[in-house]
Design a protein around this ligand. Structure first.
Ligand SMILES: Nc1nc2c(ncn2[C@@H]2O[C@H](COP(=O)(O)OP(=O)(O)OP(=O)(O)O)[C@@H](O)[C@H]2O)c(=O)[nH]1
Ligand SMILES: [Mg+2]
Length: 318
């Protein structure tokens, strides 16, 4: 989704690239004076144009933060200092405008002059001024570069029916995603294995209609207030809040996950309270090991028992 973002060069890399491009300038003119003059002008033009168009492309191609889907706005705020990013975009745009002004005002002087020494002097001056402008936004370019890395790591969320799998750590959320889709999230016997959202897909087939359903595996949540949640947990909360049509909440009544069933139940009631309008499907996992007498859907991601019941329940609710 954000993969088309251009690679961002740091200030020295941009300056080096602009100088390198000037080496390619080749002017043919039989008249030695005009050849020299045109070469100086063309190289100066090439240098400034590379800088200006590159900076312009950064500002233009960066996603407009205020127009992004609320989920991505929230995800960005979890992972990055948004004010710093906005300021840096402003800074880089200032560098573009200022470089453009230097270029347009100085290039006319170059064109008018008939003195090679003056031309060389002026060219040096323009290079110096534009280089210094780019160096002034060194920090801002680094910020854009870091922000780009964050953007391209964002999950490929689609605007389609969405199921979010949530629950305590180690209860089998990623195992369930593997059962429901072809996604291959990491599974391990310790908590907090999943640190980012993982996307998978399943399909609802109705006669001639096939509906694609997005399933999102989330990092584990502990039973604590939102203000105490870390950045990893907040991604899970944000997915439930902004993306879920259905929340599959997983319990591990075996407590082999390392957390008490009662604490899991308390988290669930907190989630219900927080997301009153959300549709929840409650699932008890690890049924191969232990089953309670509750009415909740019981599944085992190991033996696959109950998975078909859960799939039918999801499909009937979508
Ligand atoms: N016996 C049994 N073990 C299971 C079942 N499902 C998952 N497990 C085990 O539970 C452990 C945790 O599974 P994960 O799928 O990684 O759990 P998770 O909820 O994604 O964990 P985090 O990403 O750390 O929050 C692994 O050792 C799995 O093999 C099940 O149905 N039965
Ligand atoms: Mg996991």
């Amino acid at each position: 989704m954000f993969r088309e973002l251009p690679e961002i060069l740091e200030s020295q890399e941009l300056i080096d690239r602009a100088f390198k491009k000037t080496d390619k300038v080749n002017i043919v003119d039989r008249d030695a004076f005009y050849r020299k003059k045109k070469t100086i002008i063309a190289k100066t033009d090439s240098f400034c144009t590379t800088i200006i168009t590159t900076l312009e492309s950064y500002v233009k191609k960066f996603p407009s933060i205020n127009n992004m889907h609320p989920f991505f706005q929230e995800l960005l705020a979890i992972k990055f200092d948004v004010d710093e990013l906005k300021k840096s975009l402003g800074g880089v745009d200032w560098a573009r405008k200022t470089s453009y002004m230097v270029f347009t005002t100085q290039i006319t002087q170059l064109k008018r002059s008939q003195n090679i020494e003056f031309l060389k002097q002026k060219q040096k001056e323009i290079y110096g001024r534009v280089t210094s402008i780019v160096k002034q936004v060194k920090k801002e370019l680094k910020t854009l570069k870091d922000a780009r890395d964050v953007f391209i790591s964002f999950p490929d969320i689609e605007d389609i029916p969405t199921v979010v799998i949530a629950g305590f750590p180690n209860v089998g959320k990623s195992s369930l995603l593997r059962c429901l889709s072809s996604a291959k999230p990491e599974i391990a016997q310790y908590p907090f294995t999943t640190k980012e959202l993982v996307i998978g897909h399943m399909f609802k087939q109705e006669k001639y209609d096939k509906t694609k359903i997005q399933i999102i595996d989330t990092p584990g949540l502990l039973d604590r207030p939102l203000s105490e949640r870390n950045k990893i947990e907040r991604q899970a909360i944000s997915a439930v809040k902004n993306l879920a049509d259905i929340v599959v909440f997983i319990f591990d009544p075996t407590e082999t996950c390392g957390y008490r069933f009662d604490d899991q139940k308390h988290l669930f009631s907190q989630m219900q309270e927080m997301f009153k309008d959300s549709e929840f499907i409650i699932v008890e996992n690890k049924a191969d090991f232990k089953k309670t007498s509750s009415k909740n859907i019981k599944v085992s991601c190991e033996s696959k028992e109950g998975i078909d019941v859960l799939i039918n329940e999801i499909i009937s609710k979508i």
